[in-house]
Design a protein around this ligand. Structure first.
Ligand code: PLP
Length: 592
């Protein structure tokens, strides 16, 4: 420090200089330094701390309502926002950018934000049916926006105050739904279904390897899941330091895609014999595409018969229900009286799904994604656990010096994250409150009615075949063959008969090309007969053929077009139109 050159200002002068920067209303004086003038501008554009009609935030939101409307298409417009759905940047050159020297103009910056949304899929469009991506419900959007306005931080009670009820009451409401003691249950809103998987893995590591929190993971404990489990198993085992080599896959039934409990038992027997501990067993309660639900009650029975060796804790049973969880709303539906008047067609399916989800109660912890089949904005995934006292004590660290405990609930002491947005907890909680039981049952059942409508429509096209007729989820997977081909007979051959392998591969290529063509049309804003085409997707192998059960032949798999209409604006006309466009895309592909 060059102490000698510092000119010490007399104490009575410095406060006066600073005071002279400001007018009595708090704005910067004309002679004030530039920084003070900037501060003045910023203060006039930050949200007002006080009530009144001059709030810049309220004013901008007012303007924004118009901007939001301008992003949306006219009625019957394309399934994207804005005017042009093409990508407007080149990668990686896009990163060749620096911060502007001058402060930005608020309106201009906000206009630039709006531009970023050009071309984003419009999830509310009835033409959008590509994946498990719903439009968010109004209540949840407003709730999560409110969290942004007032910056609730749910790391601890002092900065969350009553906003914490959103997370705590989620634990109660979901706990009740699962048949747990709601007061004993706990919940942590976290970063996606991937975060939930990671929490599930960590719960097992902490419980089973008692010293791992301080000494590190030094034992090759296993994480067991089915062959159909989500790929996020890799992140969870990698980032917790366990290593993905410690994942053990249980075979799945080739038709139902469910975990084979006999194989699980063999695996557990082997580990018992050689003294290997199992940290976590994961049941996928609704796989992403096939909606397969693992038999979790049987898994619980089997695992309880093979406890870990002495010195290790009890294996955690985690249910990855992030995409399938909402079926639990049908666990208590009155199927006898059918108050929501669902068709006889779907009642048995609703019952089957509801019954399967009843067994969530035997899990130690469950992951649920409100942003999937919950119509909520990101990020609102929730890791819910049955025994809050155990989970929270197991993962607790001590206090620290700069945060004081002011309320009884301070999750930062047991969560992976420190600061957490309340956006997720408010979105989830609001969704539970807004839909209630019947609202959620109606929207789910409604999609299932649409799915079977589509199934029947596909049947009227002899050149098309639905290839997942037994799946009880919301997705329709189907193949479109050239005109004149009897799709049912052809598909049967391709699925069962190795002699049809060449045909299979040829038609897989066709499926892929139709899927790509539809995507190209969607992005280009293509119209057929004056109408925009749907936004759909496809799977490059949703199952293996029967002569390739173990998957050794990477090409002997079934490709399929995928329709996942999950918004409330879908109509029978739209579904008919989607199939019409599939045929148009097929014709175009076969022409070239
Ligand atoms: C989507 C999904 C995940 C990953 O969830 P994110 O919310 O995308 O992180 C995990 N498991 C299953 C079964 C899923 O469908």
């Amino acid at each position: 420090m060059k102490k000698s050159t510092v000119q010490l200002t007399p104490a009575h002068v410095e406060p006066k200089v600073y005071e002279d920067h400001w007018n009595t209303d708090g704005s910067a004086h004309v002679k004030a330094p530039k920084w003070a003038k900037y501060q003045s501008i910023t203060a006039s554009e930050f949200p007002s701390p006080f009530r009144g009609k001059t709030d810049p935030l309220a004013h901008q939101i007012g303007k924004f309502v118009e901007r939001i409307d301008m992003l949306r298409p006219e009625k019957d417009g394309p399934a994207y926002l804005g005017k042009n759905a093409a990508l407007s940047y080149t990668y990686p050159d896009v990163k060749n950018v620096a911060i502007n020297q001058k402060m930005g103009d608020l309106d201009t910056v906000l206009d630039e934000v709006v531009e970023l949304f050009e071309g984003l899929p419009n999830w509310g469009s009835p033409l959008a049916m590509c994946n498990v991506i719903p439009q968010s419900n109004t209540a949840a959007i407003i709730a999560s926006m409110l969290s942004q306005v007032f910056s609730a931080n749910i790391l601890e009670g002092e900065y969350a105050q009553n906003v914490h009820k959103a997370e705590l009451e989620t634990a109660g409401m979901i706990g009740n739904l699962f048949g747990w003691d709601p007061v004993k249950a706990g919940a942590i809103y976290t970063w996606g279904g991937g975060g939930c998987w990671t929490y599930g893995t960590k719960y097992g590591l902490t419980r089973v390897l008692p010293n791992s929190r301080t000494k590190g993971v030094r034992t090759d404990a296993k994480v067991i899941c089915s062959q159909q489990a989500h790929f996020v198993q890799l992140n969870a085992t990698d980032w917790t330091g366990l290593g993905s080599d410690n994942i053990v896959h249980v075979r799945t039934d080739p038709d139902t895609n469910q975990m084979d409990v006999e194989h699980l038992e063999e695996i557990l027997k082997g580990f018992k014999a050689d003294g290997t501990p199992v940290a976590t067993i994961v049941c996928t309660m609704g796989t992403t595409d096939a909606s397969a639900i693992d038999p979790i009650r049987k898994v619980r029975e089997v695992m309880d018969r093979y406890p870990n060796p002495k010195g290790y804790g009890k294996t955690v049973l985690y249910a990855d229900a992030v995409v399938g969880w909402s079926w639990v709303y049908f666990a208590t539906y009155d199927f006898e009286n059918n108050p929501l008047e669902f068709s006889d067609r779907i009642l048995p399916i609703l019952k089957q799904n509801g019954d399967a989800m009843k067994d969530l109660m035997v899990a130690d912890a469950v992951g649920i994604d409100f942003h999937k089949v919950g119509w909520s904005p990101y990020v609102s995934s929730c890791f819910v656990y049955k025994d809050a006292e155990e989970f929270e004590n197991l993962h607790r660290w001590g206090g620290d010096s700069y945060l004081q405990v002011r309320t009884p609930y301070n999750p930062m002491y047991h969560t992976l994250e420190v600061s957490r947005t309340a956006s997720g907890s408010l979105a989830g909680w609001t969704t539970l409150k807004y839909f209630g039981m019947e609202g959620m049952q109606a929207i789910l059942g409604g999609i299932l009615e649409t799915k079977y409508y589509l199934y029947d429509l596909i049947k009227t096209h002899p050149e098309m075949i639905c290839v997942n007729p037994d799946d009880t989820g919301l997705i329709t997977l189907f193949r479109a063959y050239p005109e004149g081909v009897d799709a049912a007979a052809q598909y049967k051959k391709e699925l069962n008969d190795e002699s049809a392998r060449d045909d299979l591969i040829k038609h897989n290529k066709l499926t892929h090309a139709i899927g790509d063509k539809l995507y190209e049309w969607f992005r280009a804003g293509k119209k057929i007969d004056g109408k925009y085409t749907p936004y759909m997707s496809f799977s490059t192998g949703f199952r293996n053929t029967r002569y390739n059960i173990d998957g050794t032949d990477p090409d002997a798999v079934i490709y399929a077009l995928k329709a996942f209409p999950m918004n409330v604006f879908v109509t029978p006309e739209i579904m008919k139109w989607a199939l019409h466009c599939v045929n148009a895309a097929k014709a175009e592909v076969l022409k070239s």
